[in-house]
Design a protein around this ligand. Structure first.
Ligand SMILES: [Fe+2]
Length: 93
């Protein structure tokens, strides 16, 4: 599957990754949260640290497309999310 990316401040599909005290928060839609309706929603968010997928959160329509992961921190951190209409997107810390 092609992995898409873009400017996190303009493109609502690019995962916005923030560091927390004990892990990371990933939000889909920094400019405005991505829709979460039956016909158009985020199916999952995955977190990758230092080349490995360390966590996944799945969503249903109506959920908020935000995930907080309590994980061991690393150097290289990025997230991917899958939109049922617009595909797989990646954004880094
Ligand atoms: Fe979408």
């Amino acid at each position: 599957m092609e992995i898409l990316t873009g400017n996190v401040n303009e493109e609502k599909h690019v995962p916005f990754v923030e560091e927390l005290e004990k892990g990371y928060r990933v939000t889909v839609g920094k400019p405005a949260l991505h829709p979460m309706v039956e016909v158009h929603y985020i199916e999952y968010i995955e977190l990758f640290i230092d080349g490995e997928k360390v966590a996944t959160k799945e969503f249903k329509p109506g959920d908020e497309p935000v995930a907080e992961f309590e994980v061991k921190k690393g150097k290289e951190v990025f997230a991917r999310e899958f939109c049922n209409l617009h595909g797989l997107w990646q954004g880094e810390l």
